[in-house]
Design a protein around this ligand. Sequence first.
Ligand code: HEM
Length: 505
Amino acid sequence: LGSGARQAPYPPGPKPRPIIGNMLDFPTEEASRTYTEWGRQFNSPILHVESLGNHVVILNKREDADELLEQRAKLYSDRPTVPIFKLFGWEYNIALMPYGEEWRQHRRVCQQNFNPQAAKQYETIQMEKTRQLLRGLLDAPKEFEAHSKLFSIGLAMSMMYGYEVKSIDDPVIAVAEEGNILAARLIVPGGSLINIFPFLRHIPPWVPGLPSRRKAMTVRQLNDEMMRIPTDFVKKSLAEGTAVSSLVTDFYEKKYAVGASQEEEDIIRNVAYTVYGAASDTTISSSGTFFYQMVTNPEIQKKAQAELDRVVGLRRLPTLEDRGSLPYIEAIYREMLRMRPPVPLSVPHRSSEDDHYKGYLIPKGATIFPNIWAMTHDEEVYPDPFTFKPERFFDAEGNLNNDDRILAYGFGRRVCVGKYVASGSMWLMIASVLACFSIKKAQDEEGNEIEINHDYHEFGLMRYVQATLVFSQSFLTFMTRPFRIEVASSNSNVQPVFDLLPSRS
Ligand code: HEM
């Protein structure tokens, strides 16, 4: 700019302090809510904070996210990255790859394997894992958290590696969990400022809140293990002739038969590794939301069960083929991801050029957070946003409305590439659990319901129902829906639904 020209202002936000700018303003928890509050405070859906040349732009409205991240995707499809990612081994994670040829190649392989048509190949696994979940809930209802974890991680491991996770003590889970916990803590502002302020990596490791070198090394090791263990498993099972079809198995089969380049092999390894991380945590978070919303909304459960009984009947379990005829279950799925998007600030994008929007300057290199949570709690779009109300997805005639874009999956060219697979898994889980169980609060000795804790917590980029505290195990009960048993015993032609479930090994 010439000396006389005035640069367009940055979007509004908290006033920067001298030298450190907004360093102290970055929320350390509940970031999505804080940014929503800022939106009201500064009367702007677009916000800006900055410290030492690191710019962060927050988009609280869907229109702005659509305009920038979708219409102007060319400028907004990069990811913020810092050198320490490499130290962690995160350069293999597709969700974190810079926008460019390498990412494009990986994304293409994802699209080939997870597009709506290809997603159907996972239906058998989705059925199997859902039935294992039902069986687990039936046999050991108090351990429902463990079952839900096993379901989520088991799905990803089966789809990617044909690896059957038998229990949550499986070493593969332990490794992934530790890695995820560390990773999640490190990649959000507040979780670790290092992402926003790369210079912080020069600060001594004993400074609280900063990942130490040791932690970084641990992440790296866990990461390597996460890739190695299941890949070795696939190779071994192919050699032994016990391999089960999966993304990685199918690749090696092809490689051994007709050959494949090292580059292809690396891409498949990275896809499987990324999906394992990307699919597990999001699914755990959503199942937590599901159990929580169902126990707090018994009348919604009843309505859903009435639909299931009417459409599916009592003789069988729902399948993905029923999806089109179960609109209320669909609405529960939409509402679940609206109320509690598992990744409330999405995965940040990065602007690759200076851009001008609505009179503001969005500088090159800015970290862009689409605040999904703010968008799905926008009163103008979703009146009474804090109430769980599947009915909001129906029109006046009682048909599902066309609000089927699930914002929880993000935006633009970086939108969740696994969303069709995720959608199938979530839907099937909801329909199946509700077909078989009524989820209720537990009762104390006097028969009074034990109140559950309503807290959610934000953890890294993720949002969970606070596991042990909230759902302290005995606080939920899973009542098998009695009529199924009754019907079964009064009519010998009807096979009890639970007999259809695999027994627990
Ligand atoms: C309820 C479940 C899920 C939710 C809510 C979710 C959400 C998200 C979000 C918000 C992003 C970032 C989007 C953006 O940058 O704007 C993302 C990226 C991604 N997701 Fe998912 N996800 C889910 C399940 C899955 C599953 C099952 C898979 C794989 C089968 C998957 C694979 C990926 C990958 C590979 C990326 C990186 C995309 C890229 O950077 O190009 N996700 N997901």
